[in-house]
Design a protein around this ligand. Sequence first.
Ligand SMILES: [Zn+2]
Length: 146
Amino acid sequence: MTQLERDIHNRLNEMKEIAQRTLKKAQVGISGYRNATALLAMNHEGVLSIFEGCNIELSTSTVIHGERMALFHAILHGFTRPIAIVLATEGKDPVPMCGYCRQDYMYINPQLQIYPLDKEGRIEGIYTLIDTLIKPYMSKGKIDHG
Ligand SMILES: [Zn+2]
């Protein structure tokens, strides 16, 4: 196990708790289902931190998914390298990360580890982002890692 894999493993329970707690903050007037995430990300000094996100649906033109919110939240705080993400969906079996969100993460880290939670809050599986796309668009990300 690499140091990074150990770091992910050591933070998974905390990430699960954060994702499940953040479900309550989702605004779901359009889709009707709550989605929340906890993203483990690294800054340019190699420090890791966890950033939460949830879906916010103010209107059909301004829906933002929890995965993208967590990514932008991390970048805002200088944590520009997403490492692993836990996905929670209230009362449902895991809902996969949508293509729109996957592509944003693909620009930055195709090796992102994805941990969807089932409706009991257990990890349903572990997926590497690049393995979820058969023929990925691989343009270089536009992130300044500082
Ligand atoms: Zn999405």
